[in-house]
Write a protein that binds this ligand. Structure first.
Ligand code: MLT
Ligand code: ZN
Length: 488
């Protein structure tokens, strides 16, 4: 085991002890975790890829406490890592290994401040889970549309800070498309009180969008006003076996042309990924007669009663079957069956984790290029690591594929993970050629900072650097995330 590094002293002030005492004065005993066993869950990401260290974890109860803690840290020159549900895929909420940053958890701030069924808005604090936010919307007869596999633990603040996407981007956009207002604590402890619920507000720069996707590097989101939509009253879900990636794309196009307003999700899964889910997830079964190399999951939904979605689903699928675009399809006959089909898709990440080491490539390309990505990406990875298993799946309807690579059966996980950058670079070379992005919805975090210079170098990264310097001149907010070392 590696030796435990000593706590690094803060740049100014009288050490962590003094800072900790001052923080305790602000948040009280329930707002401060100092015991190793209590702190441990905050020091590691859920995939166990990053093992940071922090002198203590602070859990403020309200925005004023967050602001006071940030002010104190700024005075002591101590770094802060804001943390929500700790479900980051890229180590974006894990403190650094040198124990120089405190973790600020928003988990105690989970109040629903307001739900308005006329304005169709939800005002909620950052530490509420996304599931709780969805339930609050549901209580008002509305839908908070963004949906991701980790929504039971992921928190509002983290979802906004990473501009999460998920399954419904094809219809409703990403997290940023749902944000009408934000409350943010800045690096000097001042607060932007921007919880407006306006659809139109052209008063200078749109500051809230700066913090969405900034991964906690520009400010700490403490509350948000989210846009709600009418709840669907008719929902249809089908799982389809398709003969090729091209057929999956053709099927998506057919559903879009039939009624673009009804397509709520269109997801792709590979045969390999489905096999892992069926092997590892208790109760998972395939509702089709035979295994396939490629699958598409389509969800249609509408808030209009008697809209005839079932007929629409059947019409498109029957035609696709006749044309050989679909080999077999199962339309869910009940809510439980719909959930069971969705589970096959949502458990992909967990099944991969249970299978062994994997390297995630959360990439996006124009939707039309997805078949190219799937074919070229596979060929490139198989020639880099023979016998590696390609497990691409994800949000085909918005161009985002999780081009994940699982270790070869029986290979040493550590040796495989040691080649992560090589694997990412191999996939990204194809992605780049197709005009895509190396991070579609997971963010940059700590895992992908090394890619920023190459992909966003020049004026783009320089502008980001200037914004960072303007808002956080001492660099105390989530310093290990987003920017490559040296910030240039
Ligand atoms: C998902 O959509 O399930 C996750 O974003 C993907 C992943 O685990 O790579
Ligand atoms: Zn995803």
């Amino acid at each position: 085991m590696a030796p435990t590094p000593p706590l690094a002293p803060p740049a100014r002030g009288g050490g962590f002890q003094e800072l900790r005492n001052a923080v305790a004065e602000i948040v009280g005993p329930t707002g401060l975790l100092t015991e190793a066993a209590d702190i441990a869950p905050y020091e590691t990401d859920w995939r166990g890829l990053y093992h940071g260290r922090t002198p203590f974890v602070v859990r403020p109860a309200n925005t004023a406490e967050v602001a006071s803690v940030v002010r104190l840290c700024a005075a002591h020159g101590v770094g802060i890592v804001p943390q929500g549900g700790n479900t980051s895929m890229v180590g974006g909420a894990t403190p650094s290994e040198d124990a120089s940053q405190i973790v600020l958890s928003l988990a105690r701030m989970r109040r629903v401040r307001d739900v308005d069924a006329v304005d169709m808005t939800l005002t909620i604090e950052a530490g509420a889970t996304w599931k709780a936010a969805q339930q609050a919307a549901e209580g008002a007869g509305a839908l908070l549309p963004l949906s991701i596999a980790s929504e039971g633990s992921a928190q509002v603040g983290g979802i906004l800070a990473t501009n999460a996407g998920g399954n419904n981007t094809v219809r409703y956009g990403n997290a940023r498309d749902l944000v009408l207002g934000l409350e943010v604590v800045l690096a000097d402890g001042s607060v932007i009180a921007g919880l407006r619920r306006l659809r139109k507000d052209n008063t200078g720069y749109c500051l809230r969008q700066l913090f969405v996707g900034a991964e906690g590097t520009l400010g700490i989101i403490t509350a948000a006003v989210l846009r709600l939509v009418p709840r669907p009253v008719e929902v249809e879900v089908a799982l389809c076996a398709v003969p090729s990636p091209e057929a999956a794309l053709d099927l998506f196009t057919r559903f879009q042309r039939h009624d673009p307003a009804a397509v709520q999700a269109f997801e792709y899964m590979s045969g390999t990924g489905m096999d892992l889910v069926l092997a590892h997830i208790p109760g998972a079964t395939l509702p089709l007669a035979e295994r396939a190399e490629h699958y598409a999951l389509v969800e249609l939904a509408t808030p209009r009663p008697r809209a005839g979605l079932r007929a629409a689903m059947e019409e498109v699928l029957e035609m696709a079957l006749a044309d050989g675009i679909v080999a077999d399809a199962a339309i869910a006959e009940s809510g439980a069956r719909r959930a069971a089909i969705w589970r096959l898709r949502e458990e992909h990440a967990e099944a991969q984790r249970l299978e062994g080491a994997s390297v995630k490539n959360d990439v996006s390309v124009p939707v039309s290029k997805i078949p190219d990505l799937l074919r070229r990406g596979r060929a490139a990875c198989e020639s880099l690591i023979p016998r590696c298993r390609i497990v691409p799946f994800g949000h085909m309807g918005d161009g985002n594929i999780h081009f994940n690579i699982a270790q070869p059966v029986g290979a040493d996980p550590a040796a495989f993970l040691a080649r992560s950058h090589e694997i990412m670079d191999t996939v990204n070379a194809v992605v780049r050629d197709l005009g895509g992005s190396f991070s579609a919805e997971h963010g940059v975090g700590r895992l992908k900072t090394y890619l920023m210079r190459e992909w966003r170098g020049g004026a783009e990264l320089e502008t980001m650097r200037r914004i960072k310097a303007a808002l956080d001149p001492a660099g105390i907010l989530n310093a290990s995330a987003v920017f490559p070392v040296g910030h240039s």
